[in-house]
Design a protein around this ligand. Structure first.
Ligand SMILES: [Zn+2]
Length: 285
């Protein structure tokens, strides 16, 4: 526990924008508003970070932004479904006990009913915002986790990003028609759009890391096994696009009359070691 807390302390980075909002809030007399936001966002991220460390994930950093945070982990597609789900849900779960902290604070002279109501509103708003199905918010991550169960990783990832674009566009249209919280919304929507475009451009790189990570793992036997059938003349780079996130694969190569089964490691070795990515898989037999 103490070791995990020390690791966490070293990883926390506070985004400069956060300090600007924090400083402006204090100068304009919104001390409790900004303190409450800081506390809620911090608790939310600690939820993710603690769950990640509990499962032994490599946590690279934890960045705090004015409207949420991003706990970055160096794990790409080799963790079981349940772990991914728990780590992603651990942030949103924090919002359900935070109201009790605010209620307890009412017993002190520093906290009144106005503060309490403000705290509850911020708590639920930050939760709601984080549940939007837009990458890289928790809702977007959940979307990717669910899609990864039913589609190969490469396609699931693309679908999750496309759905995020679509949701963000529809939400923006809705906000424009209802003329609510316009300025705040547009700042956040632009930030999300920038993150999405960056992620979209990095698709190939993310996919390569996904494959590389699988290749470097000593074993993937802890994951559920699945057989992928491919024709003999399919190129290796298209075969790997059929790989699922939390399974390990046996590749059944189908010729005209015969069938052969090879392991995922065999394919990945040929892909990375021998640069066979543009060769037909039949060459591995
Ligand atoms: Zn979160």
């Amino acid at each position: 526990m103490i070791k995990e807390i020390r690791t966490l302390r070293k990883k926390v980075h506070i985004h400069p924008v956060f300090w600007i909002v924090f400083g402006t809030g204090i100068l304009t007399g919104h001390f409790w508003d900004v303190t409450a936001t800081f506390f809620i966002v911090m608790m939310h991220e600690l939820g993710h970070a603690y769950a990640a460390l509990f499962f032994g994930w490599r946590l690279t950093s934890m960045e705090l932004l004015p409207f949420g945070g991003v706990a970055k982990v160096d794990e790409s597609g080799t963790r079981p479904f349940q772990e991914e789900l728990i780590v992603t849900l651990s942030g949103p779960m924090q919002h359900f006990w935070l109201p009790f902290v605010s209620s307890a604070l009412l017993l002190t002279p520093y906290w009144n009913m106005t503060n309490h109501e403000m705290f509850l509103e911020k708590n639920w708003m930050i939760l709601l915002f984080n549940m939007f199905p837009v990458w890289p918010l928790d809702g977007g991550k959940l979307l990717l986790i669910v899609l990864s169960r039913y589609f190969p990783y490469r396609r699931a990832y693309r679908l999750a990003l496309l759905f995020s674009f679509l949701f963000l566009t529809l939400l923006t249209i809705w906000v424009v028609f209802h003329r609510t919280i316009l300025l705040n919304y547009f700042v956040i929507a632009l930030f999300l759009l920038a993150m999405l475009i960056k992620e979209w451009r990095q698709q190939r790189y993310v996919f390569m890391r996904f494959l590389l990570d699988r290749w470097q793992k000593a074993t993937l036997d802890h994951l559920e096994g699945v057989t992928v059938c491919v024709p003999k003349d399919m190129m290796l780079m298209h075969v790997v696009e059929k790989f699922y996130k939390d399974r390990h694969h046996r590749i059944m190569i189908q010729g005209k009359k015969e069938q052969h089964i090879i392991t995922e490691k065999h394919v990945l070795n040929a892909f990375f070691n021998e640069n066979y990515y543009d060769q037909a898989i039949g060459k591995l037999l």
